[in-house]
Write a protein that binds this ligand. Structure first.
Ligand code: HEC
Length: 260
């Protein structure tokens, strides 16, 4: 026997045994996973998810209050899903939509897409289904939301019991779905810092406004009378993925992307 290579009663070295155990563990894991997949298949809720019409104003109120718990994106999703958990049940009841709290601040404070349209678009696509499966409406409603958000004089919605006097909340048009630009333009107009109660209430109202608009669009779709309203197709118009406000960043010198 070579030194350091102790063999067991079957003549396997420790290393050989460990490899064997590894393979066994991996096989067990695959079998277990296979079982899980099978089980999930049998009981998996169908996607897209069922929808029952909601009241836009009630949804916006819920969203406004929910913002103070989970912030913009998650508040929009929860304002719709929590109601559908009651009227429809599953899969809404057990869907862990609080996981979308990361949408806050344009995703964990990085100022990219505002959580409100991001949350609205997640909601619409779970309810309507994906473009790649031949359901263009989820995609269209998402594009409507992006353009509506960029053009709206925000916040549109005034809650029944506002935490801050509406007179302290000016309205601004962001011309962009980006959190950084939307919040930045508002802070400049209001003269209020990011951590102010006014800025927070403004964002809670922006989320509520977006939830209101989303439910209007979903209700139209449920009634079979939805027609797309967006007309901004940046990649077609400009040959680059979208921004709504080229000159704000590029000045008069908007670059032309490579054509073809
Ligand atoms: C939020 C700010 C912002 C907006 C709005 C914006 N851009 Fe840009 N864009 C940038 C930045 C930053 C770069 C990277 C610039 C660089 O590296 O020189 C860039 C790069 C580009 C590029 C590739 C680089 C080049 O010089 O060719 C093109 C093309 C471009 N933008 C076109 C546009 C067009 C068209 C619009 C409007 C539809 C637009 N941009 C809106 C910030 C913006």
């Amino acid at each position: 026997m070579e030194s350091g290579q102790k063999k067991d009663s079957k003549g396997l070295s420790r290393r050989e045994m460990m490899i064997g155990t590894g393979v066994l563990a991996a096989t067990t894991a695959v079998a277990h996973f296979g079982g899980l997949v099978k089980k999930a298949d049998a009981s998996a809720p169908q996607w897209p998810w069922p929808y029952k019409k909601l009241d836009p104003a009630k949804t916006a109120e819920l969203c406004y209050n929910e913002w103070y718990r989970v912030f913009c994106g998650c508040a929009v999703i929860n304002s719709v899903f929590k109601q559908l958990a009651e009227t429809v049940g599953e899969p809404y009841a057990s869907f862990p939509s609080d996981s979308f709290v990361f949408l806050e601040g344009g995703q964990v404070g990085w100022g990219t897409i505002c959580g409100s349209p991001a949350g609205a678009n997640i909601t619409a696509n779970l309810i309507i289904g994906p473009r790649i499966a031949g359901s263009p409406v989820g995609h269209q409603i998402s594009a409507d939301i992006m353009q509506w958000y960029s053009e709206a004089n925000m916040p549109v919605f005034v809650p029944q019991n506002p935490k801050i006097d509406p007179k302290a909340i000016p309205q601004t048009i962001s011309d962009s779905p980006l959190c950084h630009i939307s919040v930045g333009k508002w802070m400049k107009a209001a003269g209020k810092p990011l951590k102010s109660a006014e800025r927070k209430d403004r964002c809670a109202r922006v989320a509520a406004s977006t939830a209101y608009r989303l439910v209007e669009l979903l209700n139209d779709w449920a009634d079979g009378k939805y027609t797309p309203t967006h007309d901004f197709t940046c990649s077609k118009e400009h040959g680059i993925t979208g921004q709504y406000n080229c000159t704000e960043c590029h000045g008069d010198n908007v670059p032309t992307p490579p054509q073809g």
